[in-house]
Design a protein around this ligand. Structure first.
Ligand code: M6R
Length: 605
């Protein structure tokens, strides 16, 4: 939520900050702004809507200066307006913020009593006004920022810039990510390494509670107790090529198309060189694990629900799944024999991170299944397993989902082996089957023209239902989520057996009912449920393989999928789920990569 960037540079920074904000726009795109210090003078430009509006504004009113901060916003407190856009300025200080200042109302009242007014509805402006108050009382810039930070409650990543200070920036991290970038005679702050990718690959990740004072010569970091902290400088590998569209019309299209390569590479990484054995970390040991909990939000949660079937069937391991925003406030009964897995593309989702922190000290083992290896969840888990999907820019998660599935399946095989449910030969057989996955994903992608045709039929409706059984049930929910977030069509994913317990009342001749049904052991049951829909003139779209479609009999619409082993069906059937939503969004003319109201990385709760 919200992207922030700061540069103390050698060149004019506004265009460079704008470029960095483009790489952070996935975090929010309600409004954007930049502040710079030019020859000691602090100034700012802000614009409503996407970055292109700020870019236009800067053409008409350029913002000179070699020191600056920038922000792209996902509104929490205060509607998306220019007045609520960051940077917020009060007197000699400008501030950009990602997170929520929970005690801002009390602080605001206190400042009002001291005669200091606010002009916006945001929590962030209070940070600026309070810092101004401290400056007015005679504190130096860094001291004023520190005095403000000491009063703040909630989650924040903050960057401060000061009038009269061409070579100073203050940053702070508490609950929201912030990275320091090291250049040559330049220094940077950014919400993530991606923002700074073309500027530097030398990154220091701030820890919880860290404050940093930056000049062009370097960064002075202090921890939550005010002690000097030595945080390592790491070299990150993110070249520009990984974050462009590579000729595709949208990042989402590119990311869907990347899945065969991503899954092939991840398999290579997590298996032995001859691909007959697993190569997961030693610390991931299920021998004494008697219960597993999988925790995530959104798409990651549906990956967890699919994996639950695998942990039960392949490893005989009791497994439960939970939504992180619920789990973090429950009183989960956990102990030394339990393992909890936190699944997150970004590794920064506030609820998932809070869920990890909620049980980390009490649980036998915490595992982070993440796409961003330097993320907070990766760093704070006992074991971090990278899903290796590469940067995922489109707000709708696609390749990260199937990459999460792959790591979870490999974990289930490891659990089966550790617990004596599978022997080495059985694991090797499963891994052999998995080697066919990239080819099967390519075969599913080849169905795109037929899927695009089906999507035309979805594009005009207001409601849609997706049905599945077994692992296809969470996949139906994932398909519905994709359609909702991309095309704003109301969609639900249901277990097909649940249909007659209520949702069947919705069936009429207008609402599409998309049935995800590979010809597996549950196929006949799913087809019976589909017949119940057909008997009520329901508009069925059956997605199955050739044998399944032949056995099911005539349906209004269908899609022929490749034959797949049962274990691989959730991966392969994710492709039509993603492409249906993508093409429905194209047909409706919605913003594919940046759907309304959403942000990629949800770092507020
Ligand atoms: O970064 P995370 O995987 O933790 O994000 C979780 C959800 O916010 C995310 O999966 C969201 O549901 C996607 N927009 C779905 O496409």
């Amino acid at each position: 939520m919200c992207g922030i960037v700061g540069i103390l540079g050698r060149h004019q920074v506004a265009p460079i900050i704008l470029d960095a904000l483009r790489r952070l726009e996935y975090r929010g795109y309600d409004s954007a702004g930049i502040a710079t210090v030019n020859e000691g003078r602090l100034d700012r430009r802000r614009a409503l809507g996407k970055l292109v509006n700020l870019s236009d504004h800067l053409v008409h009113e350029p913002l000179p200066g070699k020191a600056g901060i920038g922000h792209t916003r996902w509104a929490t407190h205060g509607a998306p307006t220019v007045v609520n856009a960051h940077p917020h300025r009060a007197g000699r200080v400008a501030v950009v913020h990602n997170g929520i200042i929970e005690n801002f109302r009390a602080l605001r009242a206190e400042l009002a009593a001291a005669g200091l007014a606010h002009e916006s509805d945001t929590d962030t402006e209070t940070v600026a006004v309070l810092t101004r108050h401290h400056l007015d009382q005679g504190l130096g810039p860094a001291e004023a920022a520190f005095a403000t930070l000491a009063r703040l409650e909630g989650a924040f990543a903050l960057a401060f810039l000061f009038d009269g200070e061409d070579d100073l920036m203050v940053g702070a991290r508490q609950g929201s990510p912030l990275a320091v970038g090291h250049g040559t005679g330049e220094m940077y702050l950014g919400s993530d390494a991606l923002a700074l990718a073309p500027l530097t690959d030398r990154i220091t990740y701030l820890e919880e509670g860290d404050r940093v004072v930056i000049t062009r010569d370097g960064a002075l970091i202090t921890d939550a107790q005010g002690r000097r902290a030595n945080r390592p400088v790491t070299t990150v590998r993110l070249d520009q090529a990984t974050v462009d569209k590579a000729g595709h019309r949208h990042f989402m299209a590119k990311e869907i198309a990347e899945q065969p390569a991503v899954l092939g590479a991840a398999l290579g990484f997590h298996c032995s060189p001859d691909k007959t054995a697993l190569a997961l970390p030693e610390d991931l040991d299920f021998t004494n694990t008697d219960r597993l909990t999988l925790v995530a939000c959104g798409t990651g949660h549906y990956a967890a629900q699919v994996a639950k079937y695998w942990f039960e069937s392949l490893a005989g391991l009791p497994c439960e799944t939970d939504i992180a925003s619920e789990y973090r406030y429950r009183h989960p009964v956990v102990g030394a024999a339990n393992m909890a897995v936190f699944i997150s593309q970004s590794g920064e989702t506030a609820d998932t991170l809070a869920a990890l922190r909620h049980v980390r000290a009490r649980i036998g083992c915490s595992v982070g299944v993440v796409n961003v290896p330097s993320s907070s969840i990766a760093r704070e888990s006992d074991v971090a397993l990278p899903v290796l999907a590469g940067p995922e820019i489109s707000v709708a998660s696609t390749k990260a989902f199937t990459a999460q599935l792959l790591v979870l399946l490999l974990m289930a095989l490891k659990a089966g082996q550790d617990r004596g449910h599978l022997d080495g030969a059985q694991v090797a057989a499963h891994l052999r089957a998995l080697q066919t996955l990239p080819g099967l994903m390519r075969a599913a992608l080849d169905r795109e023209p037929a899927i695009a045709d089906l999507a035309q039929g979805l594009a005009g409706v207001n409601h849609a239902l997706f049905l599945g059984r077994g692992p296809m049930f969470p996949l139906a929910a994932e398909a519905a989520l994709k359609l909702k977030e991309l095309s704003y069509i109301h969609a639900e994913g249901y277990a097909s057996g649940e249909l007659k317990h209520g949702p069947i009342a919705l069936i009429d001749e207008t609402m599409p009912v998309v049935v995800l049904a590979p010809r597996d052991g549950l196929f006949a049951k799913t087809v019976s449920n589909m017949q119940e829909v057909l008997a009520r003139q329901g508009r069925v779209v059956l997605i199955s393989d050739r044998a399944g479609l032949a056995e099911a009999g005539p349906v209004p619409d269908s899609l022929v999928m490749p034959e797949v082993p049962d274990l691989l069906a959730p991966f392969v059937y994710a492709v039509p789920a993603q492409l249906l939503a993508y093409h429905a969004a194209l047909a409706r003319g919605t913003d594919v990569d940046q759907p309304r109201n959403l942000a990629k990385s949800v770092t507020v709760e």
